[in-house]
Design a protein around this ligand. Structure first.
Ligand code: CO8
Length: 263
């Protein structure tokens, strides 16, 4: 791959968008490689993923404006679908994905971070949806996910004004969970991912599915989704070992990673 690198550290995978000469902007090739990188992740040996950008300036500075500049209406729609398909793959990826936002997260960059489960960022991070200033709408899910993540009124303000916000404001409105000095960001993301990976993997996957699927339906249906995924955890090695360790009061064992069990 030319623009994506992948590293495995224990149970944690680190996907890096690596096109620093264009501030990691997303062209068609980057999107295709990103999809291939997620497809290649071994879900038997990986329990959480960190997504970040190469360099110290930018996470992702948006979709590639050069590539988009000559698109027809039909090509624009197709390009939007191409990005949306990849971002939806990340959003519904069976294991948690943490965005470590190390600088600009504009347009498609803000949008890809919002398709991740959790966002943390560096102090120099800048978020925004500048599309209306370019004569387009956000097209990789921004109109939908920003309104769901922060309030609809705040999402509308950010999108209509095309105003960029800094890390502290992104934290204040709940777009990111935490802000770190740049050099501490990736270690913090990996530490969080390793903490997730130390928990029972089937339970973590089922939590992700329950939260994601439950948010799409009314509360009565959502509760049924939870019941099914809760029930699904029982009789697994993870559940037997996890509860058994507690009942035996074996603190040592409780800290051990419960073996992964394929369904
Ligand atoms: N696309 C292509 N190239 C980019 C992009 C981008 N989004 N952002 C930066 N670059 C390139 C620059 O052209 C420049 O290349 P070169 O050195 O060859 O001239 C290089 O990266 C460095 O950029 P700058 O010199 O501009 O760096 P600065 O530090 O001066 O500025 C900024 C950094 C503020 C981030 C500035 O580069 C900028 O404003 N970039 C564009 C940000 C933006 O508007 N992003 C949103 C794009 S639209 C979008 O993402 C829509 C998503 C949905 C698409 C749906 C499709 C239908």
């Amino acid at each position: 791959m030319e623009f994506i690198t992948y590293e495995q550290e224990g149970f944690v995978g680190v996907v890096t968008i690596n096109r620093p000469q264009a501030l990691n902007a997303l062209n068609s090739q980057v999107l295709e490689e990103l999809e291939a990188a997620f497809d290649a992740i071994d879900l038997n040996t990986t329990r959480a993923v960190v997504l970040t950008g190469a360099g110290e300036k930018s996470f992702v500075a948006g979709a590639d404006i050069g590539e988009m500049s000559t698109l027809t209406k039909a090509e624009g729609e197709a390009f939007g679908k191409k990005g949306n398909d990849v971002f939806r793959k990340i959003e519904t990826f069976p294991i948690p994905v943490i965005a470590a936002v190390n600088g600009f997260a504009l347009g498609g960059g803000c949008e890809i971070s919002m398709s991740c489960d959790i966002r943390i960022c560096s102090e120099n991070a800048v978020f925004g949806q500048p599309e209306v200033g370019l004569g387009i709408t956000p097209g990789f899910g921004g109109t939908q996910r920003l309104a769901r993540l922060v309030s609809p009124g705040m999402a509308k303000q950010l999108i209509y004004t095309a105003r960029n916000i800094k890390a502290d404001e992104a934290f204040r409105i709940g777009l990111v969970n935490a802000v770190y000095p740049l050099e501490e960001l990736l270690p913090a993301a990996k530490k969080m991912a390793a903490g997730i990976a130390a928990n029972a993997p089937i339970a973590v996957r089922n939590c992700k599915k329950a939260i994601n699927d439950g948010l799409q339906v009314d509360i009565d249906q959502a509760i049924v989704i939870e019941e099914k995924l809760f029930g699904d955890c029982f009789e697994t090695e993870d559940q037997k070992a996890g509860m058994g360790n507690f009942l035996e009061k074996d603190k040592e064992k409780k800290l051990k990673v419960v073996p992964f069990q394929n369904k």
